[in-house]
Design a binder for this molecule. Sequence first.
Ligand SMILES: *Cc1c(COP(=O)(O)O)cnc(C)c1O
Length: 464
Amino acid sequence: MNMIANHPPTSELQALDAAHHMHPFTHAGELKDKGARVIARANGVTLTDTDGNDYLDAMAGLWCVNIGYGREEMAEAAARQMRELPYYNTFFQTTHVPAIALANKLAQLAPDTLNHVFFAGSGSEANDTNIRMVRTYWAQKGHPEKNIIISRKNAYHGSSMGSGSLGGMTFMHEQGGLPIPDIHHIDQPHWWAEGGDMTPEEFGLERARQLEAKIEELGADRVAAFIGEPIQGAGGVIIPPSTYWPEIQRICDKHGILLIADEVICAFGRTGKWFASETLGIRPHIMTIAKGLSSGYAPIGGSIVCDEVAEVINNCEFAHGYTYSGHPMTCAVALENLRILEEEGIVDNVANHTAAYLAKKWATLGDHPLVGEASTIGMMGAIQLTPDAERRAKFAGNEGDVGLITREHCFKNGLVMRHVGDRMIISPPLVITDAEIDTLVERAWIALDLAHKQVEAEGKMKAA
Ligand SMILES: *Cc1c(COP(=O)(O)O)cnc(C)c1O
């Protein structure tokens, strides 16, 4: 029997899942009793589970399904390429048409001199590439001691040893011996939670200047690069104050350190441009890409590298690569995704219409008594839950309790919204319609109401 086509009932699937399938970022013991939600199908912005329940997917999977689900052309592109050439590698002086075509397309789309692409299978792999690439760059230039990379607390750059070390998630560092040496973290530009009495603009400058202080403390002759997400995603859709990135850019320029923009979430239309670096005026030497590159239809990531860095790296044998670097099927799928984004005007439509519509509707959630702030940039949004908006207070109980309660109510009301601590976040498919945005916001309001009632009933509406 083909178990995928003729699958057993949900409860049996859940039991098999618990017995044999180890999940990422999951407390398996707790999930075992509840049973995982089994997603069966999807179309547009809608997921359907094995019991036939529909959900509006306000997270685009895991920030990746930019063109929406169910695009037949993507399946065709994969099938066509698998028939023609299902696999060949790009090691040892070989290449193939899909990798050439995709690298060429990305070089056209990317700003400035970002003209060279090193492929990987994921964002984590691409950031591991970046660690080795920036260190190799400086070693080639006669500065092997220039190997420190500065990142931010609460950053997310992936889950491998290297990328997990770049990330600033302490609960990840507690497992498995992270971070690797010579990675340093400065504070994040999260005004709502950490800005105190400063204005957002003052706070943005203060946080950016921590980079300069860190460079001076460690010595510019030791620092290879700074890495940051233009907008922190997994950390809670944290939109930096307007003063932050210009100051970071100034400091990187002044001290001659490489700037890596981790665009894994923010690229491919998420902010209304191909890359968020364009939206925020960042001029990176390297951009990390994945997720929206294929709209999640195939696993692919990569690094887009500027002329200056590529020239130095190309002067040696860069002893690095993945079996699936530039995998032909994933490249063909990514190319088809970029074609759809471009020819259907999806990126332009975000800039000219959808982002503004989402911003307007999302802002109404700011009036809810459980909400302290409702913000968006492009097609990413966050709402900060709080017992006291005026004081920007945290809840007295465990951080994330109220967020989890709210998330459960979202699910029960047909909406997938994620919580990061007590922040609720969205990053919907870019093709979401106005009517679907209305539905999203209506369901979010209902979930907030139900969560608010429950939080009050449980005596959790108390400020820390
Ligand atoms: C998801 C993510 C990654 C890691 O990508 P994977 O494909 O999961 O390895 C890296 N950086 C950012 C900003 C991400 O959001």
